[in-house]
Design a binder for this molecule. Structure first.
Ligand SMILES: [Cu+2]
Length: 219
């Protein structure tokens, strides 16, 4: 009887310790970023956009929040082992909220080629007089900046870098794909680096998984 009690107590103790350790582990994972110092002495801060594998994908930014100084940069990359895309999207003006799909009418073009060539796909066509609908939104897919005046421009993938003044309306990484898996999404990006010039809290989300939220606190 005493022996049984001892065994049960031991199991309880081990369980409690395991729960505490895994909770601390998760909290550490979500709060500590990857900081490395390069040869020149500057600090490189990295945040994972997603992760996991095909059976257990992680749709979160790790860590969810980073704290940096003015003039420092953060680099996001996608460490997944499968080609699951994510975006790092700062919607700094609510009017620039957007979606990954965006129909366009193209009345004067009839030439569309599937990407990759020979893929089992075609543009979504809506019946209408000489109209064709294109579903993918370039301002989600390609690294895109909308400045304070509302002018949009694209940055070249796959390793776009941008210095944020803090006056922009929209700063988006485009679709981030693990390096080597671009074939699944040609023209997508691998990394996105933002240098922050103004103090503040910058919240961002993934347009493909809107529950993926993160923030950069600049002081
Ligand atoms: Cu995502």
């Amino acid at each position: 009887m005493i022996q049984e009690k001892r065994i049960i107590n031991n199991i309880l103790t081990i369980t409690i310790v395991a729960v505490v350790v895994s909770t601390i582990g998760l909290a550490t994972m979500l709060s500590s970023d990857l900081r490395t110092v390069n040869a020149a002495g500057s600090v490189k801060i990295t945040v994972h956009a997603g992760g996991g594998n095909s059976t257990s994908p992680l749709t979160a930014f790790v860590p969810q929040q980073v704290r940096i100084g003015i003039g420092q940069s953060v680099t996001w990359y996608n460490p997944s082992v499968v080609a699951e895309p994510h975006t790092v999207s700062f919607v700094l003006d609510n009017k620039t909220a957007t979606d990954i799909v965006s129909p366009f009418s193209v009345p004067n073009s009839t030439q569309f080629s599937s990407i990759p060539p020979g893929a089992n796909s075609e543009p979504l066509k809506v019946p209408g007089k000489n109209n064709i609908v294109i579903a993918v939104n370039a301002r989600s897919y390609v690294p895109t900046i909308i400045d304070s005046q509302g002018n949009a421009r694209h940055l070249p993938p796959p390793t776009a870098a941008y210095t944020m003044t803090g006056n922009e309306k929209y700063v988006n990484s485009g679709w981030l794909i693990p390096k080597g898996q671009e074939k699944a999404f040609p023209g997508s990006s691998n990394t996105f680096t933002v240098t922050f010039q103004k103090a503040g809290t910058y919240r961002y989300l993934c347009q493909l998984h809107p529950w993926m939220l993160g923030s950069v606190v600049v002081k």
